[in-house]
Design a protein around this ligand. Structure first.
Ligand code: BV8
Ligand code: ZN
Length: 243
């Protein structure tokens, strides 16, 4: 299943970067954004995942995130997440960059996770910026209020908002320097995250895509594994273990 070229590359001294998207959490039961059962099916991104949408309809946006938080609290990491933990242990220089806000990589045991789009469990005050971990706030209002009186919002990156500078800068740096870049379960349409595999390729990395269908990135990839991340990644982890 793995090419000879890839097998010869999978050595501990290789610098490896992995970028994941909603597709890696699909087999855990978390709906993707653009897939058949996608989150956007019922709603449209511009209606919900933007600051303007929140200001014009805070209750609707807050309830949407509460619905997603509840769903995510009931799901577990799947074999794809667990395989990335094994890869993190195998490679001396390994970075996991995720667009997901579900925290499943950390739940699976990944130690170093670069969260480009924030984390759905955390909230922050739109006035003073104070961060609140899950369920720390007491007010029963929807959305809850901060002690300073400001409204709380999910601490995720909405469309049109800047990504956390430290996270995106580190992501570009490690992507430009790596030997192998895996793009897993992402439609590669959301920027600037979708630029990372391109930067890796420009830096001379071997680009691998794992997805159930071809994407805008597939033509640029050195290898495309069409199939479920939960089935393909354990295969790759097995080859690494036998290396
Ligand atoms: C920025 C957090 C600017 C919130 C998310 C026009 C108008 C407005 C904006 C733009 C525009 N054109 C470009 C932009 C920029 C915009 C953008 O890229 N828009 C796209 C849609 C065109 N980007 C931004 O706005 C970013 N900010 O650019 O700032 C700026 C610049 C300077 C100064 C100030 C501002 C912010 C982007 C972040 C948005 N937040 N999430 C939340 O979660 O609610 S994005 C959201 O999409 C998620 O994070 C998600 O991860 C991400 C990407 O989607 P995917 O992960 O790829 O998920 P998707 O469903 O699309 O695909 C799943 C894939 O998995 C599929 O390919 C499927 O085949 C595959 N799959 C399914 N099952 C499996 C599988 N693969 C393997 N195994 C399986 N089992
Ligand atoms: Zn506040």
């Amino acid at each position: 299943m793995l090419s000879q070229a890839l097998k010869s590359l999978l050595r501990p001294d290789k610098r490896v970067v992995v970028l994941t998207g909603a597709g890696i959490s699909a087999e855990s039961g978390v709906p993707t954004f653009r897939g058949e059962d996608g989150l956007w099916k019922k709603f449209k991104p511009e209606e919900l995942a933007t600051f303007d949408a929140f200001i014009s309809n805070p209750q609707l946006v807050w309830e949407w995130y509460e619905y997603r938080r509840k769903l995510i609290s009931e799901v577990k990491p799947n074999p794809a997440h667990h395989s990335l933990v094994k890869m993190e242990d195998f490679f001396e220089d390994f970075h996991l960059i995720t667009q997901n806000v579900d925290g499943l990589h950390q739940k699976a045991g990944s130690k170093k996770v670069i969260e480009l789009h924030g984390n759905i469990k955390r909230n922050k005050c739109i006035k003073c910026g104070q961060e609140f971990e899950e369920l720390e706030f007491s007010s029963k209002e929807i959305p809850p209020k901060c002690t300073c009186g400001g409204m709380l919002r999910p601490d995720v990156v909405w469309f049109g908002e800047m990504l956390p500078a430290q996270a995106i800068n580190e992501a570009f740096k490690v992507s430009s320097l790596c030997d192998i870049f895996f793009s897993i379960g992402t439609s590669a349409v959301v920027y600037p995250a979708a630029h990372l595999p391109v930067v890796a390729k420009q830096g001379g990395a071997y680009l691998i895509e794992v997805n159930i269908e071809r994407t805008e990135l597939s033509d640029l990839a050195d290898e495309v594994f069409l199939g479920k991340a939960g089935e393909i990644l354990p295969e790759i982890a097995k080859v690494i273990r036998e290396a």
